[in-house]
Design a protein around this ligand. Structure first.
Ligand code: SF4
Length: 468
């Protein structure tokens, strides 16, 4: 599990009485969910701290996507058990909660193997946390909530309390009905649900009022969004993007993760017609072989994906793409791997996530025959990654010499340095005045490194700031 613990305002800076330590693994949606759990607990006096030692409550927000997620959770729980016992020996208490997709999938096992856990809650139950904390105080044994009433969650979560920052995430859709052979999401997050457009727009307006300039809309199948519009009609993602783009001060829009099957004409046109929709799209393909795509139950072919890429680039010629690739899905032969390499060469990705296939218990691929041996999977993954790395380096290098609008998101590591993002999501560093944080300024890119860019702010912008 990748640690994606969000940076939240700390208890010591807010004067709150109860200390909440939240560790988050996995995707951006988990980061967003962790923020909402902190929001929902704030009225009870909990505020985030940056270490579990001395915390009154610890929440582990888990991710089931990576291999051995459950084992990693239990080893973390073993460490926390000692802290909990220490705290209780000193007369204090530490409520220990496991949230997220592992909690959803393995709730019973968690309770059996780690009886000192007080709360187990699935992703659709975060709004019930305050009630569960109260029940945990009274109950002997763990309090468990792993139902799927996703509408209820969004109806009951409070408005986002803490400012989310210059760039922020907003969940608009959850769940998935696609059942790809390798994926646990349909089993842990339930079926597709889209939040009503009015609720999304209201949350976006609040975030912008608190300083957000760039919003990434989140959903496991975000482009399958079909929320109820304010007039009662059904809105697709394109319609929502047009409405969001009208919010004054909201300069940049992104959305992730998309499925090729849900990339409709209206959405392609939105990339052409809405300047705020950034020219960068994460569009997972997983494999370049039709045989493997079928075994994966992806519902699209390589040709369909390539045609989609062409249409998107016609609509928005400067569009850059990223993707997900799985190496070594059961049944993948050498020619399938070659087809994947050919597709990557043909598209030319600006960035990508690539993984070796690993078994997720309970998914169709877990029981599939014709497993690819580990050494072959390793070799294929290395080949895929070497190609993707070259493409990313080439894409970054291609920006050198260009002047690019950069949204400055914070201070860099070095004194006087700012960090920001290009429209294509590349991190950029440049020396500049800290008052530029939260603003978009033209930056001349001096060098494109494999993972980031280095540039200098156009002199007029800096002079304007100095004169102001
Ligand atoms: S579409 Fe995405 S979330 Fe849904 S099953 Fe496939 S990989 Fe998982």
């Amino acid at each position: 599990m990748t640690d994606t613990t969000p940076r939240l305002p700390l208890a010591s800076s807010t004067g709150a009485k109860k200390r909440l330590f939240l560790r988050s693994w996995g995707c951006q949606m988990n980061v967003y969910d962790s923020g909402r759990m902190a929001d929902v607990l704030a009225p009870l006096g909990y505020a985030p701290v940056d270490a579990p030692e001395g915390a009154d409550m610890v929440i582990l927000n888990t991710c089931h996507i990576r291999e051995k997620a459950t084992e990693k959770l239990f080893s973390e729980l073993g460490r926390l058990r000692l802290l909990k016992e220490e705290r209780e020996a000193g007369g204090g208490e530490m409520v220990l909660a496991v949230a997220g997709c592992v909690a959803q999938a393995e709730g019973a096992e968690i309770v059996a193997r780690a009886p000192y856990v007080d709360i187990v809650l699935g992703p659709q139950s975060y709004h019930k946390l305050p009630e569960m904390v109260a029940r945990a105080g009274r109950a002997a044994g763990a309090v468990i909530e792993t139902e799927f009433p996703v509408e209820e969650k969004f109806d009951h979560l409070p408005d986002a309390a803490a400012p989310q920052g210059v760039t922020a995430f907003l969940t608009i859709q959850e769940g998935c009905d696609k059942f790809c052979s390798f994926c646990v999401v349909p089993y842990t997050r339930g079926s597709e649900y889209s939040r009503p457009a009015a609720a999304v727009l209201a949350e976006a307006r609040r975030m912008v009022a608190q300083g957000t300039r760039e919003l990434s809309l989140l959903g496991q199948n975000v482009n399958a969004y079909h929320g109820e519009g304010p007039d009662g009609s059904e809105w697709g993602l394109a319609r929502l993007l047009y409405a969001l783009a009208e919010i004054p001060g909201l300069d940049r829009l992104r959305y992730t993760t998309s499925h090729p099957r849900d990339m409709d004409e209206a959405l392609i046109a939105a990339h052409r017609d809405i300047p705020a929709v950034m020219p960068f799209l994460h569009l997972p393909v997983q494999s370049g072989s039709d045989r493997v795509l079928e075994a994966m139950n992806r519902g699209h072919t390589a040709e369909h994906y390539l045609r989609l890429v062409d249409r998107l680039r016609e609509a928005r010629p400067d569009l850059a793409l990223s993707t997900d690739i799985i190496a070594g899905h059961p049944g993948e032969k050498e020619e399938d791997h070659e087809a994947t390499m050919a597709l990557i060469r043909r598209v030319g990705f600006a960035s990508a996530f690539s993984f070796k296939y690993s078994v997720r218990p309970g998914t169709p691929a877990a029981g599939a025959p014709f497993r690819v041996d580990e050494a072959t999977k390793d070799r294929r993954l290395q080949e895929v990654q070497a190609l993707l790395r070259d493409q990313q380096a080439e894409f970054n290098a291609s920006k050198a010499g260009q002047t690019v609008p950069i949204l400055f998101t914070g201070l860099g590591r070095r004194p006087g340095q700012l960090s920001g993002r290009t429209p294509w999501l590349q991190p950029v560093h440049a020396m500049g005045d800290s008052s530029l944080v939260g603003r978009i300024a033209p930056v001349r890119i001096l060098a494109g490194h494999p993972y980031s860019l280095h540039g200098e702010i156009e002199p007029e912008t800096q002079q304007e700031k100095n004169a102001a």
